[in-house]
Design a protein around this ligand. Structure first.
Ligand code: LMR
Length: 396
């Protein structure tokens, strides 16, 4: 039966890792998949996670099923981290939530839930957005449309066009927004722009869907939650998909959170039952391990502080790598001003070069990055920055 299926090309992001591994060039550079790396190019297990693993190993006494929603301590701690302790939606018991397998799993079960509300619903995503948003949401059967977001020629957000487009969105449509560290551009909304988005949502009645996969990697754990908290304080409904892949370095453990801020506690009970039912119909319940680790970390003062310090270290390192790349490029006489890279936030930088130039970087210089010109800044280090800057200068 399977002979009817065509073979598919490699994933545009994950496929880069395989191509990089195969490359025999000793000077190859991996700026592809969004994974944090240290100065030696390693992705170590965070110390806070290592300590939590020991606690879990010493205390876990059963591998029986967990509840359908996952580890409740994890869900509660994540909601406080995202919305802030004492957020009115939490105090009023209006937030439903389940642990889900990674940010991807969260996005998918929320998309499935949306089809139960209205199978003809449209989800608006930024142009550009993370490539995997399209299959995760589209394969659930929802229609996807794009709103203008990034001006590649000027390396900045085109907010007026974005606002105009969102003002035309119809009531009940869903608008996907990146809570912080926009993937792929690294260009985030400022406070005034978030406020404008709130006002447009109030006027049109669209429902915001926040993807928060990099909390702590932009300006700080609190600062990066500004947008989601503002929306949740001013709108009756907000959908949230969060991930612990990056800020806890738990990539392979698949730890995510799917949450909904509801209009009232009664609807919360309904959405809680529905989202658990969606999960049951796909994977039954999430794997417990990663959520249990985050539960341990966020509910222990010492471990939480250690983790917060580690997040700060990762963020500051990525900020310093941006500065290092920008000054290297200027020093080597690049014919393009890359100073905008310093203003971008988080793990990614949109280098704003053409697909042909990206192609040359990959195929002639063994510098691996996504075709859109998205580079994982964490892949830069003091050993490879000269090679990288030379390659960029050469392809400009
Ligand atoms: C990325 O954007 O590189 C990461 O989120 C990994 C992925 O799944 O695409």
């Amino acid at each position: 039966m399977f002979e009817v299926l065509p073979s598919l090309p490699a994933d545009p992001i994950l496929g880069l890792s395989a191509a990089y591994k195969k490359d025999t060039n000793p000077n190859k550079i991996d700026l592809g998949v969004g994974v944090y790396k240290d100065e030696q190019g390693r992705t170590p297990i965070l110390q806070s996670v290592q300590k939590a693993q020991q606690v879990l190993l010493a205390n876990e006494d059963s591998k029986t099923y967990i509840t359908q929603q996952g580890v409740q301590g994890y869900i509660d701690a994540m909601l406080s981290l995202i919305l802030g302790n004492g957020h009115s939606a939490l105090l009023e018991d209006r937030v439903s939530g389940v642990q889900a397998p990674g940010g991807c799993g969260s996005l998918r079960i929320l998309a499935e839930l949306l089809t139960r509300c209205d199978k003809d619903l449209t989800v608006w995503v930024s142009d550009p957005t993370w490539a995997n948003h399209i299959p995760l949401i589209g394969n659930a059967g929802l229609t996807i449309k794009t709103y203008p977001y990034f001006d590649k020629a000027n390396a900045c957000i085109k907010f007026d066009e974005m606002a105009d487009c969102l003002s035309q969105v119809k009531k009940g449509d869903v608008v996907l927004l990146h809570g912080c560290c926009h993937n792929p551009t690294g260009a985030d909304l400022n406070h005034e722009q978030w406020q404008a988005v709130v006002e447009i949502a109030q006027k049109t009645g669209f429902v915001p869907f926040i993807d928060l996969a990099y909390q702590g990697f932009g300006d700080g754990l609190e600062e990066d939650a500004y947008g989601v908290r503002l929306l949740a304080a001013n709108l009756p409904e907000v959908i949230i998909a969060a991930s612990c892949s990056k800020n806890f370095g738990l990539y392979r453990e698949r730890v995510g959170l799917a949450a909904i801020v509801n209009a009232n506690a009664q609807i919360k009970t309904v959405t809680q039952s529905q989202i658990q039912n969606v999960a049951r119909g796909i994977y039954s319940m999430p794997p417990s391990y990663g959520g249990a680790l985050v539960d341990i970390i966020l509910n222990d003062d010492q471990l939480k502080h250690l983790w917060m310090d580690e997040v700060t270290e990762m963020r500051e390192r990525m900020q310093s790598l941006r500065a290092m790349l920008v000054s290297k490029l200027a020093e080597k006489g690049a014919s393009k001003d890359f100073s905008f890279v310093n203003q971008q936030k988080g793990m990614f930088s949109f280098l704003c070069i053409s697909p042909e130039q990206v192609d040359k970087l990959v195929n002639q210089h063994s510098v691996y990055l996504v075709g859109s010109s998205r580079a994982n800044i964490a892949g830069i280090n003091s050993h490879n920055v000269d090679t990288l800057a030379d390659a960029l200068v050469a392809v400009l």
